[in-house]
Design a protein around this ligand. Structure first.
Ligand code: GLA
Length: 384
């Protein structure tokens, strides 16, 4: 059953009538540019063919009834004229409450509706299941209320919900690519200007994602610590964000930073340079250089930013072992501390790499990987 069919079945099962509309928002994979977005820097993600779908029908009152197939399926009921309060312990409906609050605060005239939600972005794997949920909900709530929004504003609003209501201090990358991604392209996003340039994929190369299935621990606290360290480095250098630094500036101020802060800043500064270069090498199909940039990015995340874990480093090493130089690259993707590895590889290499990982990853780390071969798809707000 497709996601729409699953959501429709749940909708009919719960509400006893058929939905009138369906909406979809994708998850994402980041090719390079990690922990650069909240430093006003550059990222190079693609929206992927794993996403979240909502089916919906309008009601004539101010009530929203919602069920989520991936969770307990229990119906959540919200009144749009009452203040949105978060549910504790954490529940998926906080995303719905958070985006409703943001939209209502901004004066969007929402109407009541029934909705059913289902997604196939693996949860907690660093592929942005949260952003896909936020963006599809914003798209649904506004379209059903006959209101429209600029896609970048939708992304900012989703980020706001995540920062203020959910409490995760994430950057803008995930929501922007889920809203504005382009089929068969990655987007080079300037996270200061919120502008983007599409970069076409070479059809002979595949996006292969390996989920390490490492259970991620301490992610939020480590993420927020990294943000603070980046901010501290920027303040020491008397600039607003690390985007404005280069290695020469960092060297000039290095004696006023502790070694950890210095390394955090070095990651962000060099990662921004790598990301800009990666966008042009992807466009020029210079796979040898792209492979080197991805490896340097991984090493920088491992040694300077310290956000990888042994199983992720092991997975990257296994893929690297089998990857013929010049035929692609591999690195961890996403916030870190587990999650996924992204490989961009020539189609002639995918079989042997997947087999090599299957033969060695479990033996070395006691975990089974999951493999997704992805396509880059349109974002939720891209007109067809
Ligand atoms: C998470 C956040 C993003 C970004 C990445 C790291 O996915 O949601 O904003 O900071 O981590 O690149």
């Amino acid at each position: 059953m497709s996601l729409i069919e699953q959501a429709t079945a749940a909708f009919v099962g719960h509400f006893n009538y058929a939905p009138s509309h369906d909406f979809r928002a994708p998850g994402r994979v980041n090719l390079i540019g990690e922990h650069t977005d909240y430093n006003d820097g550059y990222v190079l993600p693609a929206a992927i063919n794993f996403g979240t779908v909502v089916v919906a029908a309008k009601r004539s009152d101010q009530i929203i009834r919602a069920c989520a197939v991936n969770f307990d399926e229990e119906i959540v009921t919200l009144a749009l004229h009452e203040p949105m309060v978060s549910v504790d312990p954490f529940n998926w409906s906080n995303y719905l409450r958070g985006v409703c609050q943001q939209l209502l605060n901004k004066g969007y005239p929402l109407v009541g509706m029934d909705i059913a939600i289902v997604g196939d972005v693996p949860y907690g794997a660093g592929l942005s299941s949260s952003a896909a949920l936020e963006i599809v909900l914003i798209r649904t709530l506004l379209a059903m209320s006959d209101a429209s929004i600029d896609p970048t504003d939708a992304a900012l609003l989703g980020q706001r919900a995540e920062n203020d209501f959910i409490g995760a201090q994430t950057g803008i990358m995930d929501q922007l690519i889920s809203a504005r991604g382009q089929a068969d392209h990655a987007l080079l996003i300037d996270c200061r200007q919120l502008t983007s340039e599409p970069v076409p994929f070479d059809p002979d190369f595949k996006i292969v994602i390996f989920n390490s299935n490492v259970r991620r621990g301490l992610v939020d606290s480590e993420y927020n610590t990294r943000r603070r360290q980046c901010q501290a480095a920027a303040s020491t250098m008397q600039i607003s964000h690390l985007r404005d630094a280069d290695l020469a500036l960092l060297e000039r101020f290095s004696h006023r930073m502790d070694a950890t802060t210095y390394r955090r800043a070095r990651h962000v500064i060099t990662e921004n340079e790598r990301t800009l270069l990666a966008a042009s090498t992807l466009a020029n199909r210079d796979w040898a250089t792209l492979g080197e940039l991805m490896q340097a990015s991984h090493n920088s995340m491992r040694d300077d930013f310290e956000i990888t874990v042994p199983a992720i480093d092991g997975l990257v090493a296994l893929i690297q072992e089998k990857l013929t130089p010049g035929m692609g690259g591999v690195r961890m993707t996403g916030g870190g501390f587990g999650g996924c590895v992204v490989a961009l590889v020539h189609k002639s290499q995918t079989g042997q790499i997947i087999e090599h990982v299957a033969n060695h990853y479990h033996a070395a780390f006691g975990l089974h990987e999951t493999v997704y071969i992805c396509q880059a798809v349109d974002g939720a707000f891209v007109a067809h």
